[in-house]
Design a protein around this ligand. Sequence first.
Ligand SMILES: NC(=O)c1ccc[n+]([C@@H]2O[C@H](COP(=O)([O-])OP(=O)(O)OC[C@H]3O[C@@H](n4cnc5c(N)ncnc54)[C@H](OP(=O)(O)O)[C@@H]3O)[C@@H](O)[C@H]2O)c1
Length: 309
Amino acid sequence: MSQNYKTTGELIKKRILIIGSNGMLGQRLVHYYYTDNNVELLCCSNEKESFIPGIDYRELDISVRKDVKKIFNEFYPDVVINAAAYTNVDKCETEKELAWRINVEGVENLMYFSKVIDAHLIHISTDYVFDGKEGPYTEDAPVNPVGYYGRTKLASENLLVASGGDYTIIRTNVLYGPVKYGRPDFVKWVVTSLREGNEIRIVDDQYNNPTYIDDLVKAIDAAIRKKAVGIYHIGGREVLNRYEFTLRIADFFDLEKSLIKRIKTEDLNQAARRPLKSGLVIQKAEKELDYFPKSIEKSFEKMRQEIDL
Ligand SMILES: NC(=O)c1ccc[n+]([C@@H]2O[C@H](COP(=O)([O-])OP(=O)(O)OC[C@H]3O[C@@H](n4cnc5c(N)ncnc54)[C@H](OP(=O)(O)O)[C@@H]3O)[C@@H](O)[C@H]2O)c1
């Protein structure tokens, strides 16, 4: 056991290592655990500096095995949450080697050292492991990614399943929430674009159940507390297409809807194919992780309060 083990009164602090702490999900995980007195937190991401001030932060590229080993040996986490990934779906088609190195070999490193020290690894995956022909999908639905990003994420899932270690794979889709640092989430992008009077083109043929990030964070915490092993789907309450979701944003934030132009995915000429009829069935998480996501409007209300949208 690590010599750094610290205690608060009678309680042994849980040591949580957040990887990808500068990302959309990562920063909300930090926000959630940062003030928890029962948690000893170390945060890592690709960049030199943490976007969030005042936290224990180390620069880490998860594809560099010796650096992962060093962090694990020094911090000796009980739990590792991997929110890091090469997430640019289109670039994954042209930067295949890099995508594989981060999304597969990086996860293999995290898995290996988690096993060595008996840490619980929570790994975030995606609905892009499915082909989008007949979603929404349950955890045991057949996988069949249509793009390279999905293939790398599936390969990382397979590594964990075969590892025999303590792992939880959480598949999610279309994250949005009160992200304060880095690139804006979809909701903020829509709100800002429409307020500035810019026309936006939104596809009406991609279906999923957008996930409020803070609901996902709570599900991750439940998976840690319950030591859940296996695959869980985390999404929002409603399956809808992106155009419908955008109209809901415009309604809630009282924005000009005529600026929203309805298009098809093929009009975008993107490098990567997307699963169209996707989405994730959340019943298993409701039952086993007490997962109860907010309604879309309730989540927008929370965003308005937290980031003054
Ligand atoms: N966003 C979504 O809608 C969505 C949907 C389904 C599933 N997911 C999954 O959810 C997870 C979190 O997604 P997100 O949207 O929060 O991603 P994100 O905003 O792109 O954040 C990922 C973070 O990981 C960092 N990173 C990249 N390569 C790294 C490396 N080699 N070592 C260490 N850190 C590295 C990134 O740094 P740089 O920015 O400097 O590269 C970034 O800070 C990912 O596994 C993603 O596949 C996301």
